[in-house]
Design a protein around this ligand. Structure first.
Ligand code: GDP
Length: 452
């Protein structure tokens, strides 16, 4: 996922590594790397231009400093990190949205969610995924089969409903508007508190479809209108979303198929171009592969730093819940140690298929090879390096800063080169700082239980 984008940011970072200051001249090639990868990933041209302009403005100018303030402490950072930090901030700014993912109706009125979008975008599948997600949060969804256009869509929804043990409402031969309107009474009867309308798609935007969708929206007074957009189709997806938004007033976008070889550009441009924010993302065909969209996590993944919070969520199923929360808290405060890192590697090795997790793991996000092969060797190497450190070194990696002897000892003990050890330590240190920033920006610390 996002290899195209990550490639450009990584090239820029490497280009700036080792410089002592940033100026117009040395920044230009780095900006070019990013520009090319954004365009290749199918980010809209104007969006690319504005993004680069803002990054440039924030790293060049009066405020030039090699120190950033974090938690009252000054941390020294180099130009490469300053640049990546600016990119992180701008990426988050581009994708962030106001308000909750889902607007809930006032009880006893059931919450209405209209799913709209082109055929094949993943509307029916996403309706099922969303129903499952809401049920896991204690809601009682009702699925409504209003896609009378695509042959098999109604049957497909019924099968999904059966698999999930969630009721599906349909009227054979009925008109979509009637089906949706009648579904509200049906939901009341069954005491369902959320209604998900799986509406019809078309191969392209057309007038009769828009009229039908507008009628459904008016008649059902749906609280949410989500457009399901296939990330694989890039800028076309953005154009279609703009057309839907204009007619229907979307409350959000669900971007599907981000797990595939999508170039990811649509995820970046859609809010800036259409004004409709991404609220959920589909990360696979399985019914459990729907995630609430978190701009900070997405920006980190794009930059090649993994997604710490997403990773902790995955861990929750395997490890002690309290410990997972403690770990997440520490990591987000930037108090992540090499010891935690090693523990995580060991845990990952126990967890079976690593592919999904790998993309979220800070240190290895860069090293997920194209295709679906996971490089276990890389994991083993990092584990060997960290294992060769003393307990104290794992908690205080600063000990390595001025002590070449320590680096040599660890290199020797792990059978790696000095450079490998330094590389791991450098990335670790920057990562730690980034995580602290992400935690602060997202206000996540406040939301974790036990934190004020
Ligand atoms: P609809 O015509 O919009 O209702 O589309 P469907 O729900 O039938 O989905 C079309 C295809 O996309 C199906 O094969 C789905 O399994 C697949 N699909 C949907 N969401 C995702 C996703 O997030 N990732 C992947 N890889 N496939 C998806």
């Amino acid at each position: 996922m996002f290899e195209t984008l990550t490639k450009g940011f990584r090239a820029a970072r490497n280009r700036l590594a080792g410089l002592t200051e940033l100026n117009e001249e040395n920044l230009e090639p780095a900006l070019r790397d990013v520009r090319l990868s954004l365009l290749e990933a199918d980010v809209e041209f104007g969006v690319v231009k504005r993004f680069l302009g803002r990054v440039k403005e924030s790293v060049i100018g009066e405020t030039i400093t090699n120190e950033v303030e974090a938690k009252g402490k000054k941390i020294k950072i180099g130009p490469a990190e300053r640049f990546i930090k600016a990119c992180q901030d701008e990426l988050v700014g581009m994708m962030k949205s106001e308000g909750p993912a889902l607007v809930h109706a006032k009880a006893p009125q059931p919450t209405g969610i209209m799913m709209v979008g082109l055929q094949g975008s993943g509307k029916t599948t996403t309706s099922g995924k969303l129903a499952r997600l809401l049920e896991s949060q204690g809601k009682k969804p009702l699925l409504v089969a209003a896609d009378v256009q695509r042959p098999g869509a109604i049957e497909q929804l019924k099968v999904l409903g059966e698999r999930l043990s969630i009721p599906v409402f349909s009227i054979p031969g009925g008109r979509p508007v009637d089906i949706c309107t009648k579904a509200i009474d049906h939901a009341r009867k069954l005491k369902r508190d959320v209604i998900i309308y799986d509406t019809a798609g078309r191969l392209a935007v057309d007038e009769p479809l828009m009229v039908e969708l507008q009628q459904i929206k008016t008649n059902t007074k749906a609280d949410n209108v989500f457009m399901v957009v296939d990330a694989m189709i890039g800028q076309d997806a953005v154009k279609t979303a703009a057309a839907f938004h204009e007619r229907l007033g979307l409350t959000g976008v669900v971007m599907t198929k981000l797990d595939g070889d999508a170039r990811g550009g649509a995820a970046l441009s859609i809010r800036e171009v259409t004004g409709a924010p991404v609220k959920f993302v589909g990360m696979g065909e399985g019914l459990d592969k729907l995630e609430e969209f978190r701009p900070e996590g997405m920006a980190s993944r794009i930059l090649g730093f993994g997604d710490v919070v997403g990773l902790m969520k995955d861990f929750e199923g395997v490890v002690d819940q309290n410990k997972a929360e403690q770990d997440a808290k520490r990591m987000l405060e930037g108090r992540f140690t090499l010891h935690d890192f090693l523990e995580q590697i060991r845990m990952l090795q126990k967890m079976g298929p690593l592919q999904d997790l790998f993309e979220k793991l800070p240190f290895f996000a860069d090293s997920v090879p194209e295709g679906f092969q996971v490089d276990e060797k890389e994991l083993k190497r990092a584990e060997a390096i960290v294992s060769s450190m003393t307990k104290r070194e794992r908690i205080e990696p600063e000990l390595f800063t001025k002590d070449k002897g320590r680096i040599q000892r660890v290199a020797k003990g792990s059978g790696r080169s000095d450079k490998d050890v330094v590389d791991l330590l450098q990335r670790f240190s920057f990562m730690k700082q980034m995580m602290g920033d992400i935690g602060q920006q997202a206000g996540l610390l406040q939301r974790l239980p036990g934190m004020k």
